[in-house]
Design a protein around this ligand. Structure first.
Ligand code: DC
Length: 223
């Protein structure tokens, strides 16, 4: 029997809960979860660690091919063998990652890897341009949104649980700034694909979002 690949694209603004939900959905379906944001974060961490200015496009693009990113099945992230799982979630990386993600030379390399992976795996991939650019023919496309306040509160709670120091005001500003840069860049900006289903998670708990997503997925796949 033919084993057809299923690609589920989840896009949306910063801190909308995409990765939390994508991980649960991938586990339920037995597909691979790919956190594309972690890849842009790795490049950001690498540049910062090397003392490269994250707004210097030429300098950042010059090193992208020196970086080997490993996304492990337990969601550990390795950058050239170093465990950066925690280091890529700091406020400093948050503040710089949108500049890196706006660089076409970096996007071409990372999205190339993502496109290759999706050719051979059933995958739940989350990001900003998955449904529009990375997997435009994905079987299921979902665009997750939530109010800025709701996203800031959720991210604040998550950071507190992980002992990442921050203030709610800083998170609110970071989320707004990243959304602006991510949706205004020239190449593959944050945008809802025409055929994506929009899901507003503001009033929903995690189990409710998972239920809503599973309904959409089952409908789309005719299960
Ligand atoms: O999902 P995240 O917050 O970990 O993503 C970090 C940054 O990377 C985000 O500000 C935008 C960028 N990004 C992107 O441009 N395209 C993707 N497919 C994933 C993330």
């Amino acid at each position: 029997m033919e084993n057809k690949l299923v690609r589920i694209a989840i896009d949306g603004p910063a801190a909308a809960g995409k990765s939390t939900i994508a991980k649960i959905i991938a586990k339920k379906l037995g597909y691979t979860y790919m956190d594309t944001g972690a890849m842009y974060r790795c490049v950001t961490w690498y540049c910062m660690n090397k003392g490269i200015n994250c707004q210097d496009q030429k300098a950042c693009e010059a090193v992208v091919n020196d970086i080997k990113i490993d996304l492990k099945p337990d969601n550990t992230v390795l950058c050239n063998g170093t465990d950066v799982t925690r280091a890529i979630r700091t406020p400093d990386v948050n503040a710089n990652v949108s500049y890196i993600a706006a660089m076409k030379g970096i996007r071409l390399v990372l999205s190339g890897l993502q496109k290759e992976f999706a050719k051979t795996h059933s995958v739940v991939m989350d990001g900003r341009d998955i449904g529009t650019y990375v997997i435009p023919d994905a079987e299921v496309k979902i665009f997750m949104i939530a109010s800025v306040e709701c996203r800031a509160q959720r991210r604040y709670k998550e950071n507190m649980e992980k002992n990442i120091p921050c203030t709610i005001e800083d998170i609110r500003e970071d989320v707004k700034k990243r959304d602006y840069i991510d949706s205004h860049r020239d190449f593959a900006p944050l945008k809802k694909a025409d055929d994506a289903i929009e899901l507003d998670t503001s009033p929903l708990t995690i189990p409710q979002v998972v239920d809503a997503m599973m309904k959409i997925i089952n409908q789309k796949l005719g299960a």
